[in-house]
Write a protein that binds this ligand. Structure first.
Ligand SMILES: Cc1cc2nc3c(=O)[nH]c(=O)nc-3n(C[C@H](O)[C@H](O)[C@H](O)COP(=O)(O)OP(=O)(O)OC[C@H]3O[C@@H](n4cnc5c(N)ncnc54)[C@H](O)[C@@H]3O)c2cc1C
Length: 435
């Protein structure tokens, strides 16, 4: 596996913000932010070299070290600097596809096995947080909300089916019941999933990094990998390893060609209000709507709204992030149209053509995972663990997810991303046209 950067693709890492500095998200407030780990210098060997210090890479490093491997993790910026430390904090259930669609594609037995893995992903996230990052503060409850009656009907039917066939305990709320919970009548109703939850994602990532160090992982920050070949090459050093995990998601898909053809980077935006005099929710819940470009938000314990949504497809974030978020928030909470934001930021995540995650062994011993399509906060921890399981020869769970359809973007490596972006723009336009 010898691939260099695709054109200027590497600059997704450097297009926004200052090098080696976490963005000014609300999530860093009150956390004890660690000093940087030193960059890699010279040639070293390890059993496992992990490229990328998000939840995927950190989880793999932790589970690799626990399995007795010597592990070196290379992170271009700081651990948790990428999507993992700046996302919406929502740890959801399942995948982007509903179970009915998965059953139609995979058959009931495999679809059930995939569901069980996703449940494991949520449980693993909770365990990792409880053991290593209690300050990430798991708060149960995510509401999927419908903008109109036409989508509420199928949503409620799907919830009833999930309760019957999968033993979930989903609660369907009509407009009035929902308004009582979240203080807006903007939605026709929704479904509450009490098994999902909201966390501080940066706290989760930093807690995992601490656990990695305690387990013997060597972390190098400020160590951008330029090439994954016979060794893993960074600016001032290289790692020779039996196994490599490529876990750079939206920021570095070019490092392995198979991943570049399957994983499309997109940007998404979040703003955090000042503490509100009259917070709209009765209790802090996560909310995600039914748009193609999902609007999602939650209320913090100190009465702020963390509101996310909107996308862009070029490397640079737009300059008007706050205005974009404000427009979305004002549609849901008109009384807050003038609210003061204390933080606003962008982040880069990755989607696949099918919106199902991408996981593969792209060359002997070289694994790649990403493209979680908005479900990564729950999935990433499990994905890292599954890669380590596969390295140890236990491939069943890895293969189950690897075999999900996440094909190369139509149009190939060069034109594919542009065609996929055109599809995303069309979806975003539909959001504006439909009620
Ligand atoms: C604004 C936003 C909101 C989101 N909201 C949610 C949500 O509410 N729920 C949810 O489930 N998902 C959400 N996501 C998606 C989720 O955050 C991601 O799927 C998940 O964090 C991916 O984790 P990761 O470890 O694979 O990638 P990342 O966290 O992006 O980590 C990749 C790391 O690789 C490093 N890197 C990149 N290139 C190199 C290189 N060449 N050499 C060395 N290191 C490199 C980067 O610096 C980065 O730290 C959101 C994403 C964004 C951006």
């Amino acid at each position: 596996m010898t691939r260099g950067p695709r054109g200027s693709g590497a600059s997704w890492l450097h297009a926004n913000g200052d090098r080696g500095v976490w963005p000014d998200t609300w999530y860093g407030r009150g956390l004890d932010l660690p000093d940087p780990h030193p960059p890699l210098r010279g040639r070293v060997t390890a059993d496992l070299c992990v490229v990328g210090g998000g939840i995927t890479g950190l989880s793999a490093a932790l589970h690799g070290a626990r399995a007795g491997m010597s592990v070196v993790l290379l992170e271009a910026q700081r651990v948790g600097w990428g999507a993992s430390g700046r996302n919406g904090g929502q740890v959801g259930s399942g995948l982007n596809w509903g179970q009915e669609k998965l059953e139609a594609k995979l058959g009931p037995t495999r679809a059930r096995a995939v569901w069980d893995l996703c449940e494991d992903a949520k449980a693993l996230t909770r365990r990792l947080i409880a053991s290593h990052a209690p300050e990430a503060d798991w708060r149960p409850g995510i509401l999927s909300v419908a903008r109109g009656e036409t989508s509420l009907g199928p949503m409620a039917e799907a919830a009833a089916r999930m309760d019957r066939s999968y033993g979930t305990a989903l609660e369907v709320l009509d407009r009035d019941a929902l308004a009582a919970r979240i203080g807006t009548r903007a939605y026709a109703g929704g479904v509450l999933d009490a098994s999902a939850g909201v966390v501080n994602p940066l706290a989760y990532a930093l807690g995992l990094a601490r656990a990695c160090v305690a387990a013997g992982v060597t972390i190098h920050e400020g160590s951008e990998v330029h090439r994954i070949g016979d060794s893993v090459a960074a600016a001032q050093g290289a790692v020779t390893a039996r196994f490599v995990l490529h876990a750079t998601n939206g920021y570095g898909a070019h490092l392995t060609g198979a991943s570049a053809a399957r994983v499309l980077p997109i940007n998404n935006f979040i703003a955090v209000t000042e503490p509100l005099a009259a917070p709209p929710m009765a209790a802090p819940l996560g909310v995600a709507d039914d748009r193609f470009v999902v609007n999602y938000f939650h209320q913090t314990r100190d009465g702020r709204l963390v509101y996310g949504g909107g996308e862009s497809y070029g490397r640079r974030f737009p300059t008007d992030i706050e205005a974009r978020v404000r427009a979305n928030l004002a549609r849901v909470y008109p009384a807050l149209s003038e609210v003061r934001f204390e933080h606003a930021w962008g982040g880069t995540l990755a989607v696949t053509a099918t919106r199902l995650p991408y996981l593969d062994e792209v060359a002997p011993g070289v694994f790649s995972a990403g493209g979680y399509s908005g479900h990564g906060l729950a999935l990433a921890g499990l994905m890292g663990k599954l890669c380590v399981e596969a390295m140890g020869g236990a491939r069943d769970r890895f293969d189950l997810l690897r075999d999900l359809p996440a094909p190369a973007l139509p149009g190939g490596r060069m034109i594919g991303p542009w065609m996929a972006q055109a599809g995303l723009v069309a979806g975003a336009l539909r959001d504006r046209i439909l009620p």
